[in-house]
Each structure stands twice: as C-alpha cells, then as structure tokens.
Design a protein around this ligand. Structure first.
Ligand code: PAF
Length: 277
C-alpha cells in the first residue's frame, strides 16, 4: 500500500492503477463501519484508493474540527490489512491552496442542505459536497462508497453526482452497529462509560418508531414526539427525531419509502442515526 500526501503523488500512484478504481473517502479514525466501505468497494473495483482528510470546510466554528480524533498510523495499518492500494492523506494546503475560505464551494439546494443536520450545521453539506467533488476530480473513481449512517450526506452525494453529471457510481453501505444497536461512530469515543450505556436508546427509539409504522401508525407528529421523549427519558438531549421520505427527505406519506432520522446530544458527543422503515 502506498501512502501519498499530495495531488502530484496521487497522480503518480494512479498511473499504476489497472481496471476500475474505487474510492473510500474518510476523515480517518477508522472503525468497522469504514472497513465495510472498503469491502463494498472491493466488490466493484480493482484498485482501491482511501482518503484520510479532516475537512475544515464541513465543521462549524463551534464544532470539533481541532479535536476531531486523528489516528493516522492506526488508520494506515487498518487500510493496509483491508487491501487498500493507495491512501491519499493530503494536508489542508494541498486541498485548499489559497485557504479554505477562498474556494468556490458547491451549493447544495436548501431542500437537502437546510433541514435536519443542515438546520443546526449551517454550511456543513456545502463543505462536504465541495471536498467530495474535489476528491472525485483528483481520484477519478468509477465507484465510491458512503455509509448509510450519514443518510442525509448520502443523498447529498447522490445529488452532487447528478447535478454535475459525475461519472461515478455511488454505493450506500448499511450502518455497522454494536450488539447493543449503537451505530459505530468516531464520536462514540467522546462518551463516558455511563453515557455509552445510555447511547443504545437511540437505536431503541428508532426501532420503536419503525415498528409502530409497520403496525399501521401514520400519525407522524405523534410518532416523532414519542421517539424524542424516549431519548429524553434515557438522558439524551434530542435535537430532532423526524420521519421523512427516504428518497428525497421530503415530508413523509403513507405507502412511500420512509426513514426515521435523529440527532441527539449525550455529554460531549452529538450522535446521529437513522433507520429505514
Ligand atoms: O463522512 C465523512 O467521513 C465525511 O463527511 C467525508 C465524506 C469523508 C467528507 O469529508
């Protein structure tokens, strides 16, 4: 496995690629969820590039950009074990040579960017779409994988690919969970032992809402309120728990594919999760 730091080194490494190229974009601090992305891409690509880049553009001023866990050596070892061919780990200056503020950002339409995660994280999805487009532009992947845990992000990436007619297939990879149901996330490590014991309440609340819908309940507002109450009773602070159309995040309607999405604070962590119904 080669580790490359600059766009020029990446271009040289890609010159050796044969067949289809797969991309796994990450911010590092790998867990089994990231390795599931590599597995998914491997089925459709001959040459795998994984990126490690903590993207300043997608963090708000009061968010954890500076403290985001950086575990570069462990990440490279895990990618090597997983059969990745090239790790692209650029510095911020290599991605944004004139500074992150100077780059012309991709503008994600408000119906996707300003709801749910975007409602409290202004500019987040523009930052994600901007860096992912840039990664696609330099890696030229045939296929790229993103986790369904970041469900809204996955829809933003699908929008990006359509809006810019990018020749890359997007794979959505199911969320990897602990036996308790807690979705794997780099931010789980912010949890204390007590908070970790409470965190599976997120999955339980989502499951209860999904089961109620399957049993015929279509009172979306009451279902959301009940789910949020369940989180609050477990000691979490829900930011939202909402039902949406799973194809475009529009308002839910009976008979359509649905997804229930939530974000909740627990101690220092802000955790997100979702469940398709
Ligand atoms: O999901 C992530 O880790 C990031 O948002 C991504 C897609 C690597 C872009 O920085």
């Amino acid at each position: 496995m080669r580790v490359v730091r600059t766009r020029a080194e990446l271009a040289a490494a890609l010159a050796d690629a044969r067949g289809r190229t797969g991309l796994v974009p990450t911010m590092g601090n790998l867990h089994r969820g990231h390795l599931a992305l590599v597995e998914a891409v491997r089925k459709q690509a001959d040459f795998i590039v994984a990126s490690i880049f903590v993207n300043p553009l997608q963090f708000g001023p009061s968010e954890d950009y500076k403290t985001y866990p950086r575990t570069f050596d462990e990440d490279c070892a895990a990618f090597a074990d997983a059969g990745v061919d090239v790790v692209f780990a650029p510095a911020v200056q290599d991605i944004y040579p004139d500074g992150a503020e100077a780059i012309e950002q991709v503008t994600v339409p408000p119906h996707l960017a300003d709801i749910l995660e975007g409602a409290s994280r202004s500019g987040h999805f523009n930052g994600v779409a901007t860096v992912v487009k840039l990664l696609f532009d330099v890696v030229h992947p045939n296929v790229a994988a993103f986790g369904e845990k970041d469900f809204q992000q996955l829809l933003v990436i699908r929008w990006l690919v359509n809006a810019y007619s990018l020749p890359v297939a997007i794979l959505g990879v199911p969320t990897v969970r602990e036996p308790s149901g807690l979705a794997l996330s780099s931010r789980n490590q912010y949890l204390t032992a007590d908070e970790r014991a409470r965190a599976p309440a997120i999955y339980s609340a989502l499951t209860a809402v999904a089961e109620a819908i399957r049993a015929g309940d279509i009172d979306w507002a009451a279902l959301s309120a009940k789910g949020a109450d369940a989180l609050a009773s477990a000691g979490l602070q829900p930011e939202y728990l909402e039902l949406r159309n799973a194809n475009d995040l529009s308002a839910p309607r009976a008979g359509e594919p649905l997804v229930v999405l939530t974000a909740a604070r627990l101690g220092k962590a802000r955790l997100i999760d979702n469940l398709r119904v």
